[in-house]
Design a protein around this ligand. Structure first.
Ligand code: ACM
Ligand code: ZN
Length: 541
């Protein structure tokens, strides 16, 4: 037996790899790898053993879980293959190398993320049974001999989930994190607060969730005059949030929590009316609209509130970035508030040709929160409205109203994350037959349009390094159930994952579409995800 193993090992050593021409002999991998060299022959994954050398405990855990799935999927099949995971400190963060020989797969990474992403790639090279550990001996478990050297094009590869307009249980959030890990997405932007519900427990302000977590009904469909009369809400405890942080970290995902301010805060004002300009009383919104009531920023107590909230937020979420919103802030209340007007006077803010004094007041708020978070070692991300007026250096812009905010930000030396609504808003309808689709906010963003997006278009070459990446956003005004969230994400987030990860020269919509239909959707559905199949009847232009 031993001599046969040695002979096989010798044959493995003879596998030759050759660079494949772009998009020739492609692999069923999404997002498509950066470098692929095809070899000859195949590795039989059925019954293969999984081993590690020199990995961290957390990596051991994820590799072991992969090994368990492979063992379960292999049932009693006897294989002679080995899959060995090793460190290679010379690789970039998030990069990995997979060398597939006829009887051995060597996997190299320098970080936990690299290991997680390598596993995601290996799984995509196997039958769908690998995802659930379901034995499927009839399937083809042979993997082509190939060398894959892979690393992401962009560092920020995000998904936003709005848990304010509709609330999703922790297990459902985890399912989204699982799907993110399958497609090497690494930032979960968690929209935790808005006019329609405050979802994060803040121990110093219990009413934020006791009162601000619950609204008196929800408008029905598109009828803003209606109300279903059903008290609606929920929130996450800090213990639950810490558990999600750990769950995400295991999958190579950082969480970017968003506390939207100074607008989109009616849930907090309802709980603590002194935070508003008029003093209330306020009511959480039950219709999908922009509230006129915003944080009163003329009062020091509002900043004390923000300091306390961010102290607890930073304690739960350990990562560099905190999202502070900044979008859609009507200035009406500030125009009529003695405290806000006194603050404008004190700061000497004046209207300019382009912006009002109240716009500059918002700059003052952004700068104060930026400083507050910098003292806690954090950086801020804000929606592109924070560029209006004068923005202090150091903020990152999330460009949502189009690409212009991101272009302007990068040209002016700010980092930017692209999420233009016309390409990246995954609450928009994905079919040209909206009457056949679940209710949505409207518009039309088919999967092909997501795929076609090029985030560096319009960015001068010298400013391109300011584009940190992009993300797909699932706002949930019209999305009330977890399976509807999945339906809106899948498969459009796969298209965006290629924009985020792959080389633009490797993008090929026909290859992507064929792979999504033949492999990705079946794999996702085998895991119980609800997917949209419009891609199958889309005509490619
Ligand atoms: C947004 O969609 N209001 C950022
Ligand atoms: Zn005020």
């Amino acid at each position: 037996m031993k001599s046969i193993r040695i002979m096989l090992a010798a044959i493995c050593g003879l596998v030759m790899f050759s660079s494949c021409a772009k998009n020739e002999g492609t692999l069923p991998i999404v997002p498509y790898p950066q470098h692929v060299e095809m070899g000859s022959g195949h590795f039989n994954a059925l019954g293969a053993e999984v081993e590690t050398e020199g990995l961290t405990d957390m990596e051991e855990k994820v590799v072991e879980a992969f090994g368990d799935l492979l063992e379960a999927a292999s049932a009693d099949a006897d294989g002679c293959g080995k899959i060995i995971f090793r460190r290679d400190a010379s690789l970039d963060k998030e990069a990995f190398r997979i060398r597939i020989g006829r009887c051995r797969i060597n996997v190299y990474s320098s970080t936990h993320s690299g290991t997680v992403f390598a596993i995601a790639t290996l799984k995509q090279l196997m039958p769908a049974g690998i995802y659930s550990g379901t034995p499927d001996e009839a399937a083809d478990w042979s993997i082509p001999c190939v060398e894959i050297n892979d690393s992401p094009r962009f560092g920020h590869r995000g998904v936003l989930l709005d848990c304010s307009r509709h609330f999703f249980e922790i297990d459902e959030v985890k399912k989204i994190l699982d799907v993110m890990a399958m497609y090497k997405l690494n930032r979960f932007h968690w929209h935790l607060t808005d006019d329609h519900g405050w979802r994060v427990e803040i121990k110093k302000y219990p009413l934020l969730t006791e009162v601000g977590g619950w609204r008196n009904g929800t408008m029905i469909g598109w009828d803003a005059k209606s109300n279903d009369g059903i008290r609606y809400g929920g929130f996450y405890t800090q213990e639950q949030l810490r558990d999600v942080v750990a769950y995400a970290a295991e999958r190579g995902i950082e969480i970017v929590p968003e506390i939207d301010l100074p607008a989109h805060l009616v849930s907090a004002l309802t709980a603590y009316p002194h935070l508003g300009c008029t003093g209330g009383p306020y009511q959480l919104m039950t219709v999908w609209d922009i509230a006129k009531d915003v944080l009163c920023v003329g009062k020091e107590s509002s900043f004390e509130f923000l300091e306390d909230v961010f102290t607890e937020i930073c304690d739960i979420f350990p990562y560099e970035y905190i999202h502070i919103g900044g979008d859609e802030c009507p200035k009406l209340r500030w125009e009529n508030c003695p405290a806000c007007q006194a603050k404008i006077k004190e700061l000497g803010l004046k209207d300019s040709d382009k912006w009002t004094a109240e716009h500059y007041l918002q700059n003052y708020v952004t700068a104060r929160v930026q400083k507050m978070l910098a003292e806690k070692g954090r950086k801020v991300i804000g929606w592109d409205e924070i560029l209006e007026g004068d923005l202090e250096p150091g903020a990152t812009i999330m460009s949502w109203r189009g690409v212009e905010g991101g272009i302007e930000a990068a040209k002016n030396g700010f980092d930017a994350i692209m999420t233009p609504c016309g390409y990246c808003y995954l609450d928009y309808c994905q079919s040209d037959k909206p009457e056949e689709e679940p209710i949505s906010i409207g518009h039309y963003v088919p999967v092909e349009k997501c795929y076609a997006y090029e985030p560096l278009d319009g960015i001068p070459e010298e400013a391109q390094s300011h584009i940190l990446g992009l993300q797909g956003n699932v706002w949930t005004e019209f999305i009330a159930t977890p399976d509807h969230v999945q339906y809106m994400l899948l498969p459009r987030i796969l298209a965006l994952s290629e924009v985020m990860w792959s080389s633009p020269e490797d993008k090929d919509y026909e290859r992507f579409k064929a792979d999504v239909i033949a492999h990705q959707l079946p794999a996702l559905e085998s895991l119980g995800y609800r997917c949209c199949h419009v891609i199958e009847r889309e005509k490619t232009e």
